[in-house]
Write a protein that binds this ligand. Structure first.
Ligand code: HEC
Length: 146
């Protein structure tokens, strides 16, 4: 029987390649883990139209609906529409003669403080919380097909 020389195993090229792959996989897992931890944070930053719908039902539907003028004007299409232009609704002079177009920034200012944005308006309601406003606006936007 022939004795093979007892050599200390030296890492072959293949081994080091495998190690590199292992490190790569580990890094990937670390990133995925971080993403998993971060994603709830990220989703609270992004506006949530589904939550906006709930808020709308709780806070706006006493006066508004999507397709009917009630105490307040109907809302479908409001995103991207000129202020005071829902057909058949009897607006205050302030809104009827308003010039702004409802986009994210304007709706945010309106919901924060309607009277500050358009003095003489008639909506006696505001939404102090910025995240609530963002979700409500996302909902109005979705329902307006924008
Ligand atoms: C107490 C009743 C009331 C509540 C509650 C209310 N609104 Fe209003 N809203 C009005 C009235 C009245 C007007 C019309 C104001 C005017 O003509 O000056 C109006 C107007 C608006 C307008 C302008 C629409 C247009 O056609 O230019 C938007 C946008 C709006 N409301 C969003 C909301 C949202 C979103 C909520 C819920 C967070 C809400 N409103 C809650 C009564 C209300």
């Amino acid at each position: 029987m022939k004795h093979l020389p007892a050599v200390a195993p030296t890492p072959s090229l293949r081994d080091s390649a495998r190690n590199r792959t292992a490190v790569g996989v580990r890094t990937l897992f670390t990133w995925l883990l971080l993403l998993g931890i971060m994603s709830p944070v990220v989703t609270t930053w992004a506006a949530d139209a589904g939550r906006g719908r709930q808020l709308y039902e709780q806070r706006c539907s006493a006066c508004h609906s999507m397709d009917q003028n009630r105490v307040g004007p109907m809302h479908r299409g409001v995103f991207g529409r000129k202020v005071g232009s829902a057909a058949g609704y009897d607006y205050s002079a302030a809104l009827a003669h308003g010039k702004i177009v409802w986009d994210e920034r304007m709706l945010d200012a309106w919901l924060s403080d309607p009277e500050k944005l358009i003095p003489g308006q008639r909506m006696g309601y505001s939404v102090p919380n910025a995240a609530d406003r963002a979700d409500l606006i996302a909902y109005l936007r979705t329902e307006s097909g924008k």
